[in-house]
Design a protein around this ligand. Structure first.
Ligand code: C2E
Ligand code: CA
Ligand code: CA
Length: 574
């Protein structure tokens, strides 16, 4: 009996120990994340631990109840889920699947581990189900930002290029067309400056929303940056094409965009359209073409759609190429000056020379100043070039004056940008002093474009120059807004009649009348007249007869190198 009691005590003690252990396991399992199912193949024991109730509202008591797990998840996961939950059928040790709950959409990972005995029979399995909704959403957010623009919800640039590239491949295979449109909000800086950056961003966002309404399986769109968007229309047709898209946007823009602070903003948009395969056969180039089209186009007309044009594009590319080469040329100083003689019409004696710039690129190709000077004027490098021309021509002139006693004038072309520099007069006077050149022997050729700026300020500067003795010549007269009446107000010494008049002066009576009245006017105002581009003897005779003072042109002399002009000056000296 005491033996039995003793055994009962031992069993009690063991039981107590076991229930303590189980309690410990339960506590651990309840605090561990996830729902866990333990099953022993050997004993048929089954335990469901952790968050079953919290996750699914039930606990698995029997293997047959596993079916309820399938019912929690969307149908499409059923096969994968079955593979995982009954992993022992495949002989594998561990497998995981991520699946989404049927109605609420939460994400769970379901992972099964199976332990096998020495005979490779399954002995135990543990199923671990974990709520991964948070991680999934974070990933989704990251994925979203990898493809979409956070401000507008449109595609971002990279995703758009990727999609456009795929569309191009498809269009290549099917001989289809894709129109790519670049959209640019007109005067966006005014919105930004006037209302503030936050409001500017809101405009960008609202307009993005407008574009988004057009997106479907044939139309994709992205926010490129700031106030720029791109749209691609696959196989444009009656329902959607560039012009129609533009019209729709234009109609929308007749109404204001209402910001969250109540401000109403009206805006217009310019567009450039380039088609695959006409303009380019890859996404980047196509975008480039559309961009150039809108930039070039909106320089003249805003609130308008502009279409890709091959000559315009080549021109643009060519200019960019020249611009790049020009930077190199400025760095290497690969310019030269030539000097074209000007003669008195009466005596045919040398009156002066006009310094003209020459540039040979690396391949020894001559690039005309008519081409690169306007580019340099646009990008500002004319200031560096102009300063070089100024110094080089004055230095050369000083050298000629020292070597030859012949008295003549050095004419130098000055760009408007150069002329309006606040230190222009000081720089010029500094150079004249440095090379000991008499200011009265220097003539600045400026065009009417100079006068477009602040007229009074420009005139004051002309007076200042003249007071210092420097001569001023009005170049290319007749090509700008030439009005004889403003000539009276201009403190100039010389007026150069443009070649276009000289070309037709013998054949066109209207030109003749204008030319004669210009020369009369110039005489009465006490200026000198120069005829540019005189190529024929008859032109010379006529111009001389109507009282033109000075003749410049290929007939009497082409632009000459320093050496050739040395020879000419020697002849003049004799
Ligand atoms: P521009 O100032 O009107 O210069 C006269 C242009 O007409 C020169 O062209 C000259 O070579 C050309 N020419 C002169 N006589 C004749 C002729 O009988 N027939 C023909 N067909 N052409 C004639 P170029 O040297 O090519 O210069 C073109 C323009 O480039 C110049 O027109 C001027 O606006 C600009 N340029 C040239 N050098 C300079 C410079 O150093 N600085 C600035 N700012 N502009 C310059
Ligand atoms: Ca000139
Ligand atoms: Ca000229």
């Amino acid at each position: 009996m005491s033996e039995l009691l003793y055994q009962v005590d031992i069993l009690k003690a063991m039981n107590q120990k076991l229930s303590q252990k189980e309690k410990m396991y339960r506590t651990v399992m309840d605090t561990v994340d996830g729902a866990i199912l333990y099953y022993s193949f050997e004993t048929g024991e089954l335990a469901s631990l952790g968050c079953w109730k919290k996750y699914f509202g039930f606990e698995i008591q029997d293997l047959r109840e596993m079916q309820s797990i399938f019912e929690c998840f969307r149908d499409k996961y059923e096969l994968d889920l079955r593979d995982v939950l009954f992993l022992e059928n495949s002989g594998k040790e561990q497998k995981e699947v991520e699946c989404q709950r049927r109605n609420s959409g939460e994400w769970f990972s379901v992972c099964t581990s199976v332990i096998y005995d020495e005979m490779h029979r399954p002995s135990e399995k543990i199923i671990h189900i974990l709520d991964i909704t948070k991680r999934k959403n974070q990933n989704d957010e990251l994925t979203y930002f990898a493809y979409y623009d956070s401000m507008t919800g449109l595609y971002n640039r990279n995703h758009f290029i990727g999609c456009l590239s795929r569309l191009i491949e498809k269009a290549k295979a099917n001989n289809d067309i894709i129109s790519v449109l670049m959209l640019d909000i007109d005067d966006f800086h005014k919105i930004n400056d006037g209302l503030g950056i936050v409001q500017g961003d809101e405009v960008v966002q609202l307009f993005g929303g407008v574009i988004k309404q057009f997106c479907n399986d044939k139309v994709i769109a992205c926010h490129l940056n700031s106030d720029r968007y791109a749209v691609a229309i696959y196989q444009p047709d009656d329902k959607m094409h560039s012009e129609l898209f533009y019209q729709r946007i234009k109609e929308r823009n007749e109404k204001p965009y209402v910001l969250s602070d109540g401000h109403e903003v009206y805006m217009t948009v310019s567009m450039g359209s380039a088609d695959f395969p006409e303009a380019a056969d890859n996404a980047l180039e196509l975008l480039n073409c559309a961009e150039i089209t809108v930039l070039k186009g909106k320089a003249t007309t805003k609130n308008c759609i502009h279409y890709f044009d091959v000559p315009l594009y080549c021109d643009f590319k060519n200019n960019i190429e020249i611009e790049n080469k020009l930077k190199e040329a400025i760095f290497n100083r690969s310019f030269q000056l030539v000097y074209q003689p000007q003669y008195f019409a009466d005596t045919k004696k040398l009156r002066g020379v006009e310094a003209l710039i020459r540039w040979k690129d690396n391949e020894e190709r001559m690039i005309s100043p008519g081409v690169f000077i306007p580019i340099a004027e646009k990008n500002g490098s004319i200031l560096t070039i102009g300063n070089w021309v100024l110094e080089e021509s004055i230095r050369q002139f000083a050298s000629w004056q020292q070597r030859f006693s012949y008295d003549f004038v050095m004419s130098i072309n000055i760009s408007a940008k150069q002329y309006v520099q606040h230190d222009f007069v000081d720089v010029l006077m500094g150079l004249l002093e440095k090379y000991h050149v008499d200011p009265t022997k220097v003539e600045l050729e400026i065009t009417e474009s100079v006068l477009i700026d602040d007229f009074d300020l420009i005139i004051r500067k002309m007076n200042e120059l003249q007071e210092k003795g420097i001569r001023i010549s009005l170049d290319d007269f007749g090509t700008g807004f030439s009005s004889l009446s403003y000539l009276k107000r201009l403190p100039i010494n010389t007026l150069k009649i443009d070649k276009s008049f000289i070309d037709t002066v013998l054949t066109d009576s209207a030109t003749r009348i204008i030319t004669e009245s210009i020369i009369d006017m110039v005489k009465s105002l006490g200026f000198e007249s120069v005829a540019e581009g005189v190529e024929e003897e008859q032109q010379y005779r006529y111009l001389h007869a109507i009282g033109c003072d000075i003749i410049q042109g290929f007939l009497l002399g082409r632009p000459l190198s320093v050496e050739k002009l040395d020879e000419l000056l020697k002849e003049q000296n004799q």
